[in-house]
Write a protein that binds this ligand. Structure first.
Ligand SMILES: C[S@@+](CC[C@H](N)C(=O)[O-])C[C@H]1O[C@@H](n2cnc3c(N)ncnc32)[C@H](O)[C@@H]1O
Length: 208
């Protein structure tokens, strides 16, 4: 039996949304990431974004992470298939932990995490980025966000209800709340970019 080259490798997970959002996210990353350096991805999930971004951004060294062992198995499987020299093995990283197993990064990226985790993970993400980044270094968040306490689309309200049914600590965060929490951790909101399917990218810069 010959292996189907298009099928996911053993252990690899597939998130259908990743195929839809990876290029719009990439087009923003091309502009807002430094041209070279270490990019720490927090909550890499399946690892599909990590492969896509590392392939498209050869100047970056992409470091994927996730606290979930099944996710790390998936990331490792996609990484082995891709064979990219600038894609590091995944590390175990819980954003909420006070100490992270990485000392510095030139940029931090997190896609679809802070609404699908307790708020402590979002606070930890901002605290960690504040510790690791150099002055001016970017923290890039992608996902759905509210504006002035309001959902930006009915589908986001439905999504928020489904998240809270899963875990009452989950839910779509408000841009103002995220901005204030980041500011308290040495990160200033530099840009808010509207993305397809009622998502946004928030770009923060580490204060000098
Ligand atoms: C919806 S998935 C998103 C995965 C991927 N970034 C994507 O967009 O396909 C949420 C991810 O957040 C991770 N996660 C949950 N709590 C976390 C935490 N405290 N620190 C870091 N990652 C966390 C989960 O393990 C999961 O992989």
């Amino acid at each position: 039996m010959s292996e189907d080259a298009d099928a996911p490798p053993p252990g690899a997970l597939v998130a259908p949304a990743a195929a839809r959002n990876r290029d719009p996210i990439l087009s923003v990353l091309r502009r807002v990431l430094p041209p070279a350096g270490l990019v720490l991805e927090v909550a890499s999930g399946t690892g599909e974004h990590a492969v896509h971004m590392a392939r498209a951004l050869p100047g970056a060294t992409w470091l994927p992470s996730d606290p979930d062992p099944q996710a790390r198995t998936s990331i490792a499987a996609w990484r082995a298939r891709a064979g990219l020299p600038n894609l590091e093995p995944p590390i175990a990283l819980d954003a909420a932990a006070p100490n992270w197993p990485v000392a510095r990064a030139d940029a931090v990226v997190s896609i679809n995490m802070i609404h699908i985790a307790p708020w402590e993970a979002g606070l930890g993400l901002m605290a960690g980025a504040g510790r690791l980044l150099p002055p001016g270094g970017p923290l890039v968040l992608y996902g759905p966000f509210n504006l002035e306490g309001r959902f930006t689309a009915p589908s986001n309200a439905e999504f928020d209800a489904s998240l809270k049914a899963r875990d009452p600590r989950f839910g779509i965060r408000d841009v103002a709340e995220v901005r204030a929490a980041a500011a308290a951790r040495g990160l200033s909101l530099a840009e808010r970019i509207e993305m397809p399917a009622n998502n946004m990218i928030l770009v923060f810069h580490r204060d000098a």
